[in-house]
Design a protein around this ligand. Sequence first.
Ligand code: SAM
Length: 242
Amino acid sequence: MPPALKALLAQLGGWFVAWLLARFGLLSAGIWPLVFAQAVAAVVVAAGLRSARWWLPIHLVFTPLAVATLALGIPSWAWLAAFVALALVYWSSFRTQVPLFLTNRKTADAVAELLPTGAAVLDIGCGVGSLLVALAQKRADLRLTGIENAPAPCALAWLRTRKLANVTVARGDFFARSWAEFDVVYAFLSPVPMAEVWEKARREMKPGSVLVSNSFAIPGVEPQRVVEVDDRRRTRLLVFAL
Ligand SMILES: C[S@@+](CC[C@H](N)C(=O)[O-])C[C@H]1O[C@@H](n2cnc3c(N)ncnc32)[C@H](O)[C@@H]1O
């Protein structure tokens, strides 16, 4: 079951249990006993659905915080505005389970060292263009392409790269586009899509090309090379040969 559906079921389950307890007179009067009953029940349902552990504290505080913020008198349009802003940044993360975080400069420098002269490079899920901009500044010989499906990061990546002659940014799903023309595909995603990414790379990329994964392993596949980056998060670049 997708994590977002589990989260929804946990919250609804929590409300159902709280409603039952209230209906049978098992809760004291007032909103807070109801709220806390819902929160605890939501945690129990989430655990029963085998949600990842970090969801449990979120369920515990979700409804209490929502109710507490009602006292602040924040207008309803502000909630909608915050929702729209977050949706534009994170877009399909609830489904892909790939959040937005950025390649740092030291890692981009290490990637630049790996790339052959004149290589065609694709950054799958290019975020705000951090890798593309760093590579374009360092290596004018490269042909760089980024694909990003979240509208706000994609717009920012496009803005940052619009004057860089060797960079193209497109909006869309990287699984829907062919990778056959690229010598190097760079992925900084999450553990979730890596098996599918590898399948697509094997199907479409030509012999001699490489897939570089920032941090995330491909289940059951040994990288040909691992580059340890001397940055704060001790980034590892896993290089897989096709
Ligand atoms: C961890 S960020 C990496 C950003 C960038 N590559 C970098 O290294 O700075 C991953 C990005 O992949 C995007 N993404 C995830 N799945 C995608 C898909 N199927 N198609 C296009 N973009 C996707 C997310 O929206 C997110 O911005």
